[in-house]
Design a protein around this ligand. Structure first.
Ligand code: SF4
Length: 353
């Protein structure tokens, strides 16, 4: 233990596969041992080396002297009335802080909406997480811990593990790029979660240099951009990041993403009554995105305490959707799930316990 009462052991879930292999080699063990450990920790979700019965007892003892397999304590999951969303709260290891994430059910899909930061620096006005301000980036252990906790929940119900991942929970995932990258390595690893890039989407509020980096590193994931307005004036009011990276630079980055990866970008668009759901807004969207093969996802705004904006009525969202179709844009209305458990888009908070 160190002076703060925390263990000096290396947090195993903070290691990327390559680093784990190097650490295991350092103990004089062959690389396949690292794959065995990955399987036990992420697929079987054990929390001790003792449980790793496919490895010699002496090795398990040596590993336990070097590494800690932490598991986050889970609060009581909140299930939405319709049963199509579950919100989880996890207590971060060695800290009084909490992070929230959501499991969404959609037919055969089990989608985990994961958080990447505690709070968020980008302060979009329609988002409860943004109101918290930025506290810190989550570690690899804390991001993957959410997924492990959700799979524990599903396994207890004899359900299959998570099939799809969206990084749309708390925080701007691309601003925690290094951790995101190593988490993706493990999420895609065949001995861990084995979820392919086709079933992973990273959402961004529009940090253009990070989109460029995502392109350069070719991480093979889907990209969703939280657009919400087609004019700089309105978007800057809703999303201050737009002042730094205005719409033209963002759409140019989206087009490059499509060109380089061949994957259609999704534009998330929150419908706020009288602001983003008007005929004028539809015209501006057509001028901005007309002719670009992309998808527009309309999200009814989820209200939260202390927010001045109002949700568009169902009728208005339908009309706006029709208007976009009429203008030749490919739009769908995203079913809002988990609003009654404060687990819908923009409602996650977590924070200090
Ligand atoms: S919408 Fe996303 S980027 Fe914007 S404040 Fe909320 S968490 Fe941050």
């Amino acid at each position: 233990m160190n002076r703060n009462g925390q263990s000096n052991l290396i947090r195993l879930k903070d290691l990327a596969p390559e680093a784990l292999t190097a650490a295991v080699s350092g103990l004089g063990e062959p690389p396949f041992r690292a794959r065995q450990i990955i399987k036990w920790v992420y697929q079987k979700r054990v929390d001790s080396f003792d449980a790793m019965t496919t490895m010699p007892k002496t090795l398990r003892g040596r590993l336990a002297q070097e590494f800690a397999i932490n598991k986050m304590r889970q609060g009581r999951p909140l299930v939405s009335k319709k049963g199509d969303a579950v919100k989880f709260t996890f207590n971060l290891i060695g800290s009084p802080e909490y992070v929230e994430c959501v499991l969404l059910y959609d037919g055969k899909r089990r989608t985990a909406c994961l958080s990447s930061q505690l709070g968020c620096a980008l302060r979009c006005v329609f988002c409860a997480t943004g109101k918290m301000g930025f506290i810190r980036n989550l570690s690899q252990e804390e991001i993957l811990g959410q997924l492990i906790g959700i799979n524990d929940y599903l396994a207890l119900r004899n359900d299959k593990p998570v099939t799809n991942i969206v990084f749309m929970g708390m925080g701007e995932a691309l601003s925690n790029f290094e951790r995101l990258r190593t988490c993706l390595e493990i999420i895609m690893h065949e001995d861990a979660f084995n979820i392919g890039g086709r079933r992973i989407t990273i959402s961004t509020a529009g940090v253009v240099p990070s989109i460029e980096r995502l392109i350069a590193e070719n991480l093979n994931v889907g990209l969703a951009i939280s657009l919400n307005a087609a004019s700089d004036c309105l978007r800057s009011e809703l999303m201050p990041i737009n002042i730094v990276y205005p719409i033209a630079s963002l759409v140019a980055a989206a087009k490059k993403y499509y060109r380089m990866t061949g994957r259609r970008v999704t534009f998330e668009y929150v419908c706020i009554a009288g602001m983003t759901d008007t005929a004028e807004a539809a015209g501006a969207l057509e001028r901005l995105l007309g002719g670009f093969p992309c998808k527009i996802n309309l999200i009814p705004f989820n209200q939260f305490g202390g927010c001045q904006y109002k949700k568009s009525s169902e009728r208005h969202v339908l009309r706006f959707n029709d208007e976009l179709h009429h203008r030749g844009l490919s739009a769908t209305i995203r079913k809002s799930r988990g609003e009654d458990i404060d687990g819908a888009c923009g409602q996650l908070v977590g924070g200090a316990g």
